[in-house]
Design a binder for this molecule. Structure first.
Ligand code: CA
Ligand code: CA
Length: 375
């Protein structure tokens, strides 16, 4: 079977306005000035930092047939793992080839928004070979477990945490380790906004756990909860530059958001939530969308392949199939207007991740594509 590889050429405006070049020739030439009587060294021109030229990206197919690849993660050795949302299979792409045998086949409840929803690698993967997953198990719980990677096969499944409930809708979520070595989890409110404001509920939250599934030391409320007031936080990422924590939050018929998460923060989702909320008792979003886009995957770029992307925040969405690139000022906690890189031509989008090769990988509902330099 031949795979049809297609390439969509994307148009980009050069973001190099104001590059003045190396103007090292002095131009002041007044003839009335006396010639200097002493010889002074010419002031050395201040070197003008020259931004690396922009590299035009093009989208190409990487995995042509993928079965709802809900979340992706790169292993430290460069393999791409992804979750098939509704089959419970964790799949592996090794050197560009999708492996026939799944890494793991997990028994899930894939009804409504349930399924295999989270994946990450243990920070100590090189020694313990743990691949961590979050999935909706039969019986109504979202379960965190790890498998041990033995030559591309997941062995020794071990459930670490099974106290998150899942509901047909507003199911969250993802898992990942922070630079503090603890495991973070995003959870949906299960269509109960009051859960999001209840510190004792694990729903509508960011959780922070030890590898054994205990509340991490230093958590703000003395339990597993790290941050609260969320509705349906699909994905999150830690900035590879600052470690700051960004989450994609799905609002009601308004106020899809990107939030910057801090310990003990309350992000405002609650019963009677007003669209465009500005209540100062809650932490407002860094990005807010008036109309629903259903934000999904989120990533911050620190690769060198596309110099003009450095430090930018990337967000994909389910409703419009857009890939947005935001210039991001992490210190100010602000973004500038986005550039739309993909605009629905690949259908709904689920996740985005930077590969070890510096390319950007994007999960659609039926494939994995990637942005590579145009040749
Ligand atoms: Ca909010
Ligand atoms: Ca992701």
């Amino acid at each position: 079977m031949r795979y049809k590889i297609f390439t969509a050429v994307l148009s980009f405006g050069l973001a190099l306005a104001g590059c003045g070049g190396n103007d090292s020739t002095p131009t002041a030439t007044s003839t009335r000035q006396p010639a200097p009587t002493t010889t002074q060294p010419a002031p050395s021109p201040t070197p003008t930092p020259t931004p690396a030229p922009a590299v035009t990206p093009v989208a190409e197919t990487f995995v042509p047939n993928a079965n709802i690849p809900d979340k992706m993660a790169f292993a430290p050795d460069g393999r791409l793992f992804y979750n098939e949302l509704k089959t419970g299979n964790v799949r592996v792409v090794n050197n560009g080839v999708l492996q026939a045998q799944p890494f793991a086949s997990i028994q899930i409840d894939g009804s409504a928004e349930g399924g295999l929803i989270g994946i990450t690698f243990d920070p100590n993967f090189s020694t313990n070979h743990f691949v961590w997953v979050l999935y909706s198990a039969p019986g109504g719980r979202n379960v965190i477990a790890h498998f041990t990677d033995v030559n591309g096969v997941g062995t020794s499944p071990t459930v670490v945490f099974d106290q998150i409930t899942w509901a047909r809708f507003h199911n969250g979520g993802n898992i990942d380790f922070g630079s503090d070595g603890f495991l973070y989890v995003s959870t949906g409110d299960n269509e109960h906004p009051e859960f999001s404001q209840d510190k004792s509920s694990l729903q509508g939250k960011i959780l922070r756990l030890t590898r054994d599934g205990a509340p991490a030391p230093g958590n703000p409320f003395g339990n597993a909860v790290y941050a609260m007031g969320l509705r349906n936080p699909f994905d999150f990422t830690f900035s590879p530059i600052t470690g700051k924590f960004y989450v994609s939050e799905n609002g009601p018929e308004c106020d899809d958001e990107v939030d910057v998460i801090q310990s003990g923060g309350n992000y405002g989702w609650r019963p009677g939530y007003p669209c465009g909320d500005t209540d100062p008792n809650f932490i407002g979003p860094m990005i807010r969308f008036d109309k629903p886009i259903a934000p999904t995957g989120i990533a911050i770029y620190d690769g060198s392949v596309f110099p003009q992307f450095s430090g930018n925040l990337f967000l994909v969405d389910f409703k419009e199939g857009k890939l947005r690139r935001y210039p991001l000022d992490e210190n100010a906690g602000k973004v500038s207007d986005p550039e739309i890189i993909l605009n629905g031509e690949f259908g709904r989008l689920l996740d985005i991740a930077q590969g070890p090769d510096g390319f950007l990988y994007i999960a659609t509902t039926s494939s994995i594509i990637r942005l590579v330099p145009k040749h």
